[in-house]
Design a protein around this ligand. Structure first.
Ligand code: FES
Length: 99
């Protein structure tokens, strides 16, 4: 049975281990190679698990493996925000044409 490590991108432990075998030995490298950590939660769920796998497989201290850039999670943007921007743009165009 496959063990899913990154639920957002559906990346398995096997895929992480294969990436390590290929020479990707940091969380950032694993992220770029497999997309693990690039999902909606931006790695909040899987980053620590990936770091543990790397640390265990590479015999490195966990603190050494965990240094990564943390980004805020994606947030849905209501369509109203874009719609309001378009109506303001149209008002500005009408103003420019009249002026
Ligand atoms: S679980 Fe990996 S990015 Fe969300």
């Amino acid at each position: 049975m496959e063990k899913i490590i990154c639920r957002c991108e559906e990346i398995t432990e096997e895929e992480i281990l294969e990436a390590i075998e290929m020479g990707f030995t940091t969380v950032e490298e694993i992220k770029r190679y497999t997309r693990a950590g690039m999902g909606h939660c931006q790695g909040r769920t899987c980053r620590a698990l990936i770091a543990k796998i790397i640390a265990k497989k590479c015999n490195k201290p966990l603190e050494e493996v965990q240094r990564v850039t943390i980004r805020p999670p994606l947030k849905p943007t209501p369509l109203k925000v874009f719609a309001d921007s378009l109506s303001e743009l149209e008002e500005w165009r009408e103003y420019e044409e009249d002026g």
